[in-house]
Design a protein around this ligand. Structure first.
Ligand code: FAD
Length: 435
C-alpha cells in the first residue's frame, strides 16, 4: 500500500487538483462512471517534496471525489427520502455501489478491486454521506473494516476466496458487539469450539451494520475464555451457514436505511479455512481495523455536516425571504453559517491528516480518535443549526435537514463512543506528558 501514496502525492501538485469540499452541487452533472482506475505509479523520493496542504487531493482522489459526488446526487439522491421512510436499503443502490467499484476501493486489482489508496476510500465515504449517510456507512463498513481485515490478516488462500466476492457482489459485515459487550468490546461472550474439521460458534451479536444485505460476516468469538481477551479469534461466516440467523432488525432514530440487526449463532459450524488469521489474535485485529475504521466514520460525519450545511445555505441564500430580504443576508444568520463552515473545514483537516498519517505508516491512533470525536460533534452541531436556519422547512420530512440531524447522532456512538475516543486521546496524551 505504501507505494500507492508515493505515486499519488506528487500528482497532487498538478493544476488539475481541487480543494476538497469545493461546492459541487449545481455544476453540470455528467453521467456516473466506474472507478476502476489504476493509480499511476512513479518512483519518487519523498524527502525532496515540499509538503502540501492536507486537504489538497491527488488527481486520482479528486476523480474519486467528483465521480462519487455525481453518482450520489444522480443515483442515490432521488431515493434518500424513500429509503429512510421504508427503513430499507434499495437493492439497486447496493448493486450500483458494486458496479461503480465502490465496494473494493483499496482491494488490489487482482482480486477485482480498484487498487486505490485509503484517502480515496475516505473521500468516497465523505461524498456519499453528503447525500446519504446510510449508504455511506454501508460502503464504510464494507471497505474499512471487512475488506481491510481480510487484506491485512487473511492468508493468500483467504484473500483469493473472499476478496473477489466482496468486490463484485457480496456485502460484508463486521460483528464484534454483543448484548453485554459494547464499549467493553473484548468482554464478548460469543464462543468458538474446535471441531475435527473446523469450528462451532455459539452466541449472539448485536447492532451489526449491513447484516440484512450481507453475505459475509467477520465474527469475533472466544476460543479459550480462560485466556480472557487473548482467546478472541476472528472467523468468517457465510450467510447460508446452518446455525446462523438474523434474529431482529432494529428500528432506529437515524441512518434508517442502513440495516442494524441482532445475529444468532447456534452450533454454527464453519470449516477450518474460515479462520481469519491466527487463533487468539482477534482482539489485535479488531483494535487495528477499528482504528482505521474510525477515520471512515469521521469522514462520514464530515460529509454529513457539509450536506446539511449546503442544503440550508442554498435555502437561506436563494429561497426564503423575510422582512423584505433573503434570510441569509441577515448578519445574525451569516455569522452562524460562517462558524459552521469553519468547523466543517477543521473536521475535514483532522480526517485527512489522520488518513495521510495512516498511509505514511505513522502512528495515527490519536489522530483517528480526535477526527472521529470532533467530526461527530461538528455533524451534530451543524445539522442541528441547519434545521433552525430553515425554520419550519427544516423540521418537516420533505427535505433532508431533519434526516441529517437524526443521522448525525450515530457518529457519537458507533466504532467507539465519544467517551471512548476521549479516553484514547487522554491515555496517549498522558503517556506523552508523564515524567
Ligand atoms: C446503528 C449502529 C450500528 C452499529 N454497527 C456495528 C457493527 O457493524 N459492528 C459492531 O460490532 N458493532 C456495531 N455497533 C455497536 C457500537 O459499536 C456500540 O453501540 C458502541 O460501541 C457502544 O456500545 P453500547 O451501545 O453497548 O454502549 P455502552 O458501552 O453501554 O455505553 C453507554 C454509555 O456509557 C459510556 N461508557 C461506557 N464505558 C465507559 C467508560 N469506561 N468511561 C466513560 N464512559 C463510558 C459510553 O460512552 C456511552 O455514553 C453499532 C451500533 C449502532 C447503534
Amino acid at each position: 500500500m505504501a507505494s500507492i501514496i508515493r505515486a499519488l502525492r506528487p500528482l497532487s501538485r498538478t493544476p488539475s487538483v481541487r480543494l476538497a469540499g469545493k461546492r459541487l452541487v449545481g455544476r453540470p452533472v455528467q453521467s456516473a462512471y466506474a472507478f476502476s482506475t489504476t493509480p499511476r505509479r512513479r518512483e519518487v523520493d519523498l524527502s525532496e517534496l515540499t509538503p502540501t496542504p492536507i486537504t489538497l487531493l491527488s488527481e486520482t482522489e479528486s476523480l474519486m471525489a467528483d465521480s462519487v459526488s455525481k453518482f450520489a446526487l444522480e443515483q442515490i439522491g432521488p431515493k434518500v427520502r424513500e429509503m429512510d421512510e421504508a427503513e430499507t436499503m434499495d437493492e439497486k443502490v447496493v448493486e450500483q455501489l458494486f458496479e461503480q467499484g465502490l465496494m473494493g476501493i483499496e482491494v488490489p486489482e487482482e482480486f477485482g478491486g480498484a487498487g486505490m489508496n485509503f484517502t480515496a476510500a475516505i473521500v468516497a465515504i465523505e461524498e456519499l454521506a453528503r447525500v446519504d449517510p446510510s449508504v455511506s456507512v454501508m460502503v464504510d463498513v464494507h471497505n474499512t473494516l471487512v475488506n481491510t481485515a481480510i487484506m491485512k490478516y487473511g492468508d493468500a488462500q483467504a484473500q483469493r476466496t473472499w476478496l473477489p466476492k466482496l468486490t463484485t457482489g457480496t456485502v460484508g459485515s463486521f460483528c464484534l458487539s454483543e448484548p453485554a459487550s459494547g464499549s467493553d468490546a473484548f468482554a464478548l461472550q460469543c464462543k468458538a469450539e474446535k471441531t475435527a474439521d473446523g469450528y462451532k460458534i455459539n452466541g449472539s451479536k448485536m447492532w451489526i451494520t449491513n447484516s440484512m444485505e450481507a453475505g459475509i460476516f467477520i465474527v469475533f468469538a472466544n476460543i479459550d475464555p480462560s485466556k480472557g481477551y487473548k482467546g478472541i479469534t476472528a472467523f468468517i461466516v457465510e450467510k447460508d451457514t446452518p446455525g446462523f440467523s438474523i434474529a431482529k432488525k432494529e428500528k432506529k432514530l437515524g441512518i434508517r436505511a442502513s440495516s442494524t440487526c441482532v445475529l444468532n449463532f447456534d452450533d454454527c459450524v464453519i470449516p477450518k479455512s474460515n479462520l481469519l488469521g491466527e487463533e487468539g489474535q482477534g482482539y489485535k485485529y479488531a483494535i487495528s481495523v477499528l482504528n482505521e475504521g474510525r477515520i471512515g466514520i469521521a469522514a462520514q460525519m464530515t460529509g454529513l455536516a457539509l450536506g446539511a450545511w449546503e442544503n440550508a445555505a442554498r435555502y437561506v441564500w436563494n429561497d426564503r425571504r423575510q422582512f423584505g430580504d433573503l434570510i441569509g443576508n441577515f448578519q445574525g444568520m451569516q455569522h452562524q453559517i460562517a462558524q459552521a463552515y469553519t468547523e466543517i473545514a477543521a473536521a475535514r483537516a483532522l480526517v485527512y491528516n489522520a488518513a495521510r498519517k495512516k498511509e505514511a505508516g505513522q502512528d495515527f491512533v490519536q489522530d483517528a480518535a480526535m477526527a472521529k470525536l470532533y467530526a461527530s460533534q461538528v455533524a451534530g452541531r451543524v445539522s442541528s443549526s441547519a434545521v433552525e436556519w430553515m425554520g419550519g422547512m427544516g423540521f418537516v420530512r420533505e427535505g433532508i435537514a431533519e434526516k441529517m440531524f437524526r443521522d448525525s447522532k450515530i457518529g457519537a456512538i458507533y466504532e467507539g463512543t465519544s467517551n471512548i475516543q476521549l479516553q484514547t486521546i487522554a491515555k496517549l496524551l498522558q503517556k506523552q506528558y508523564t515524567n
